[in-house]
Design a protein around this ligand. Structure first.
Ligand code: PLP
Length: 417
């Protein structure tokens, strides 16, 4: 009804077909503002008004398009939703038909993932997923969903035979949930093969595309049903707002069941954050090109460094998922991790010596960010758990920024001494 019904096009004006990625990133989703503002205004309004009572009736009954209440949708959210949907589907065909998608913007990546799970699963259903998940997603599937009768099997989905064996063995499996590339060892799973497997067994498949962004990887191309993002990361690109989006190529399902659920759960975005997101997305291609170029150089530098025992970057042939990454990603991304020979104290010393690069968690900003899981995010996690996820005492995770490469390398070099 109403605001769920608007067009989902990658054209700015009807008839303008954009042929290049950044043109879509800059212009898609935009509608001419009634006051002729160039950029979409921050529609800071909780409600929207009616010319007459009858118009209210038409809007509430879905006979007329228009916004009603910002938990249900808002013009600033709409622009971000349509822009991201356009990018996830730009040039994408599946089974020889062009793919269209609809997205619903959320307050956070976690809110979007929660809507996805609750919209698609019911008590008794199981999720089959890979073990290197984002911490919040793991918490959701292992602690929040089980009391609702939804549980998860966490396996190594890089082994397709094992994945198929699980699916054949457990008929309750309803969803394949993947995140690729993933924390902290930048593991990748094969989207195309897993998607085929899901279709063969009548399962739905969802992909968290946060690390890659639609510029590097478009999961809909392989038949993935749902894509989620933490827009907090590379899509926003500047670390200025928390946000998330859930998208599907099943547009009808998004407009009905998902829309109704999302507006009831209330995990909606806010107009200011949506505005920041829209402006961030416009430079995505330019930023990702630079991020990835820098990341490759950092990986090569670290691989040769005598203080470093291991580098996890899918751009390096030494990474076990190098081939899968090349197959489904334009470039290997901006995230990498590496192990310091000197372990925990080595990690702490290294972090303390950084001068330009920033000591913090998160990712997707222009600034280079480094974190030391053993002394930060995973400080209180038991050793066995850490080993399971590949978090060694000397592991450093890095979001390679867009600064001048020489300055990044200089800072790392002096901190590694
Ligand atoms: C950050 C992140 C999330 C959660 O997103 P929030 O915006 O923090 O709620 C989910 N998945 C991945 C891969 C992330 O990096």
């Amino acid at each position: 009804m109403n605001n769920a019904n608007e067009d989902i096009t990658n054209m700015k004006q009807p008839g303008t077909v954009l042929s290049g990625w950044s043109s879509v990133a800059v212009h898609s989703g935009h509608k001419q503002d009634p006051n002729y503002a160039h950029l979409v205004p921050i529609y800071a309004s909780s409600t929207f008004v009616y010319d007459e009572a009858e118009q209210g009736m038409r809007r509430f009954s879905g006979k007329e398009e228009g916004f009603i209440y910002s938990r249900w949708g808002n013009p600033t959210f709409r622009e971000a939703e349509n822009k991201i949907a356009a990018l996830e589907t730009f040039g994408v065909a599946y089974n020889s038909s062009p793919v269209q998608a609809k997205g619903i913007l959320h307050a956070s990546g976690m809110a979007a993932i929660t809507t996805l799970m609750l919209a698609t699963l019911k008590p008794g259903d199981k999720i089959l997923t890979h073990f290197s998940l984002y911490g919040g997603t793991e918490e959701l599937i292992t602690n929040v969903l089980p009391p609702l009768g939804i549980s998860a099997i966490i396996a190594d989905l890089r082994d397709l035979n094992k994945a198929e064996a699980w699916i054949k063995k457990d008929k309750a499996i309803r969803m394949l949930y993947i995140e690729t590339p993933a924390n902290p060892t930048i593991q990748c799973v094969d989207i195309e093969s897993l998607s085929k497997l899901a279709k063969q067994h009548n399962l739905i498949i969802a992909c968290d595309n946060t690390f890659a962004t639609p510029y590097l990887q478009q999961p809909f191309k392989y038949g993935v049903d749902f894509v989620v993002h933490s827009t907090t990361k590379f899509l926003n690109g500047h670390g200025t707002a928390i946000g998330g989006i859930m998208l599907s190529r099943n547009v009808e399902f998004m407009k009905t069941k998902v829309y109704t659920l999302a507006k009831t759960l209330g995990g909606n975005a806010n107009p200011f954050d949506a505005f920041l997101l829209i402006n961030g997305i416009k430079t995505l291609e330019v930023r990702m090109e630079r991020h990835c170029q820098n990341a490759m150089q950092v990986a090569q530098f670290l691989e040769k460094h005598t203080s470093v025992s291991k580098v996890n970057y899918t751009g390096l042939v030494s990474h076990p998922d190098h081939k899968v990454a090349l197959k489904q990603m334009r470039h290997p991304g901006a995230m990498l991790s590496f192990e310091l020979k000197k372990g925990l104290q080595g990690g702490i010393d290294f972090m303390n010596k950084l001068k330009m690069c920033v000591r913090t968690v998160s990712l997707g900003t222009c600034d280079t960010l480094l974190s030391h899981p053993a002394s930060m995010t995973h400080y209180s996690v038991p050793k066995e758990e850490k080993v399971k996820y590949g978090i060694t005492d000397g592991l450093i995770r890095m979001n390679v920024g867009i600064e001048n490469i020489q300055d990044i390398l200089n800072d790392l070099d002096q901190a590694l001494k």
